[in-house]
Ligand binder design. Structure first.
Ligand SMILES: C[S@@+](CC[C@H](N)C(=O)[O-])C[C@H]1O[C@@H](n2cnc3c(N)ncnc32)[C@H](O)[C@@H]1O
Length: 227
């Protein structure tokens, strides 16, 4: 693991999300993995990636960032379900989640394909326009202001690069998830307008495969492109 945001900036940022950071450090990825595997989220992502590979523009040697990588569900799906060899940069502010993920990647033999950074996704230690594809799943709904995370993702994305935003949406099931996992529920229209304000255009709503209807009850997926 490497990478840290500057101490001063980090202290201020951490103050606004300290409880969430501590929550994930304590819970670690094991319980989260179990819960979201049981409700079908892990498999739905696998199928989602397989079906949307072309839309995501996946190609060899592209630079990919998973912001709020946590358990790595989405990263592992990208590594295993796309036809080209990929390397992915994963960022998360919970050392507990990253350590657990590191163990899991080693077990899967994927550790050489993922570079992990401990940092806050509202101030990422990457230069402007570093990545060709930025993805985030079930992470931005932990920010006090989702637009901050979206703008930061857009900053590190190159013009023409794609941005995939997956999160819990406002629905009955979304509320059940939020009650257990301390996240917010987001309104797709609001997220879309934040994306557009940040410079992401051609935003399309994608569905999880029809054979995972329950994931569509609480999940939303928006894909756009940086102007
Ligand atoms: C519910 S988990 C989701 C993990 C994974 N992306 C997935 O789909 O399974 C949310 C993750 O977002 C991370 N997170 C929340 N706020 C963050 C922030 N401000 N900066 C970086 N990571 C954050 C948490 O530490 C946690 O690992």
């Amino acid at each position: 693991m490497s990478g840290k945001v500057s101490e001063t900036g980090y202290k201020e940022l951490r103050a606004s999300t300290a409880a969430i950071n501590d929550f994930f450090d304590r819970v670690g990825p094991r319980f989260y993995s179990l819960w979201f595997t049981l409700i079908g989220y892990r498999s739905s992502l696998k199928h989602f990636v397989r079906l949307n590979c072309n839309r995501l523009g996946v190609r060899k040697d592209m630079r990919i960032l998973d912001a709020g990588i946590g358990t790595g569900f989405l990263t592992v799906s990208l590594l295993k379900e796309t036809p080209v060899p990929l390397t992915i940069v994963g960022l998360d502010f919970s050392s507990g989640m990253l350590l657990g993920l590191n163990r899991r990647l080693t077990k899967l033999g994927l550790e050489g394909q993922v570079k992990l950074h401990l940092a806050d996704m509202r101030r990422m230690p990457f230069a402007n326009e570093t990545f060709d594809l930025v993805v985030t799943s079930a992470a931005m709904e932990y920010l006090p202001d989702v637009s901050e995370g979206i703008s930061e993702c857009c900053r590190v994305l190159r013009p023409g690069g794609k941005f995939l935003f997956i999160a819990t949406r406002d629905s009955f099931m979304g509320k059940v998830i939020a009650a257990t996992w301390r996240n917010k529920i987001l309104e797709p229209g609001h997220v879309e307008s934040c994306m557009k304000r940040a410079g992401i255009q051609r935003v399309n709503a994608l569905r999880f495969p029809w054979y995972f209807p329950h994931v569509n009850w609480w999940g939303m997926a928006l894909l756009g492109e940086k102007a």
